[in-house]
Design a protein around this ligand. Structure first.
Ligand SMILES: Nc1ncnc2c1ncn2[C@@H]1O[C@H](COP(=O)(O)OP(=O)(O)OP(=O)(O)O)[C@@H](O)[C@H]1O
Ligand SMILES: [Mg+2]
Length: 430
């Protein structure tokens, strides 16, 4: 295999960005000494904007087997990021046809049964293992890779290795009024205001859109205004259809201004809207209707890298949440992608968090305490809680939940408020 020399910056590790849905490539990077993972997107074309935000030395790019498209993307990347080493992994049958790309500094790697081997080969020109550097796996121990963080419970203490990943976070519940919009708006605002990432929140509750109320964004274009332009995504500037939430920098795609307009949005529109947002943003938050089974919900669940299932502890809500979990299983949504959010937890409540987790069969969970006055005032004022008093237990737990969906976001938690939170948790969750 012709080799592309990877220029190492100073004496540091090789910073690798992976653009592929194949998770074994991530594992391979983590297992290669001298490499660290600095970013990941599932769709190769999504890496274009994100690469501008991270310092990467090498890109592992999965081609989709369409020679022309793969060659175009690889050429584009070399042009925009000339210092970036690109390894293009393609099906064996097109590898020969793409060999010409090597003159442009792209390493074409036939996709065999051993992607890890391909990665090691790519970095073989580095020669001797880097002196004084721990193995990549050790360095990456705190990397908040989705599967690790989800299956591994709370984040490990100590510094968090920042990686930029493209995320779609679907906030859902089959039951109305449990706090979906409150959770979606607060998390999106927390991530937008505390990271340099591009963040958008789309209001997909088409018949009862209230993201605008929660964020005091009552005017401006809505999702319905986008519909005629969807065929032109990629060629026209779509930024004019989102509204900026000034205090946080969050971009918002507002829902239809009137419920009857929601009917204009067809599934094909929705798919194109999701595709557009995933191209443009690092974090796409989706607020959804109270519904577990519609086609819209299925699409939102299937594109999600994280699903936040919100429930309260009342019997009806739990029963419906259980049906939603069953439905997710049928749709093939992996259990470790789902975070259970038990909202409006109160002292002396009927069930503990652990019991709710057991009932729903979900391992990763967060509890948000109930404070009706605070929550309602925040909604009334259109000012998300996470922009207010940082030491209230509800805000602390919202920020900690934001840390679970956004690798690298360090939740603000002053020591005294943590003590208060844990006091609460101990009492409330038994
Ligand atoms: N932790 C909480 N403590 C107290 N009240 C809360 C909490 N979370 C949300 N609420 C209140 O519950 C109400 C419903 O919240 P929200 O609109 O976010 O729910 P929803 O699930 O989006 O509803 P819908 O299904 O109608 O869209 C709001 O008045 C909100 O202030
Ligand atoms: Mg709502």
């Amino acid at each position: 295999m012709p080799r592309q020399a990877v220029e190492r910056t100073a004496s540091g590790p090789v910073r690798v960005f992976v653009a592929s849905p194949d998770r074994s490539l991530l594992e391979a990077v983590l297992a290669t000494p001298g490499c660290i993972l600095v970013g990941h997107v599932e769709q190769p074309e999504h890496c274009l904007p994100i690469l501008g935000q991270v310092a990467a030395d090498a890109l592992v790019l999965a081609g989709d087997g369409r020679e022309d498209e793969d060659a175009l993307l690889a050429r584009h990347l070399r042009l925009i990021y000339p210092r970036l080493a690109v390894a293009l992994i393609v099906p064996e049958m097109v590898a020969t046809a793409l060999a010409g790309l090597e003159n442009l500094g792209v390493t074409v790697v036939p996709r065999g049964g051993n992607p890890g081997g391909a990665i090691s080969q790519l970095f073989a020109p580095l020669g001797e293992p880097l002196q004084g550097l721990p193995a990549a796996r050790e360095m990456a121990a705190d990397v908040a890779l989705p599967s690790r963080r989800l299956s591994g419970g709370p984040p490990a203490p100590g510094p968090v290795q920042r990686i930029l990943t493209q995320q779609v976070i679907t906030v859902c519940s089959p039951k109305g009024g449990v706090g979906k919009t409150l959770v979606a708006t607060n998390l999106a605002v927390a991530v937008a205001s505390r990271t340099p990432a591009r963040v958008v929140l789309a209001d997909l509750d088409l018949n009862s859109s209230d993201v605008g109320v929660h964020l005091d964004l009552l005017e401006g274009p809505t999702l319905v205004d986008v519909l005629p332009y969807l065929p032109e995504v990629g060629t026209v500037d779509m930024a004019r259809f989102v509204v900026t939430h000034r205090p946080s920098g969050l971009n918002v795609l507002l829902g239809p201004a009137r419920p009857e307009l929601g009917g204009l949005v067809k599934m094909e529109h929705l798919r194109r809207i999701l595709d557009w947002l995933r191209r443009e943003y690092h974090f796409v938050f989706l607020d959804t209707p109270p519904d577990g089974t519609s086609e819209l919900m299925q699409e939102c669940l299937q594109v999600a890298s994280r699903v936040l299932l919100v429930t309260t502890t009342d019997a009806a809500s739990l029963r419906q949440a259980r049906m939603a979990v069953d439905n997710m299983r049928r749709l093939g949504v992996p259990g470790d992608r789902v975070i259970l959010v038990v909202n409006q937890v109160y002292d002396g409540g009927p069930v503990s968090l652990r019991e709710v987790q057991g009932f729903l069969g979900l391992g990763t969970a967060a509890a948000l305490v109930s404070d009706r006055r605070l929550a309602d005032t925040a909604v009334f004022d259109g000012r998300p809680l996470v922009l207010g008093a940082q030491d209230h237990p509800l805000v602390v737990s919202l920020l900690s939940l934001a840390g679970m969906v956004c690798p690298g976001l360090i939740p603000h938690s002053p020591p005294d408020s943590r003590r208060r939170l844990f006091g609460w948790v101990r009492r409330v969750l038994r």
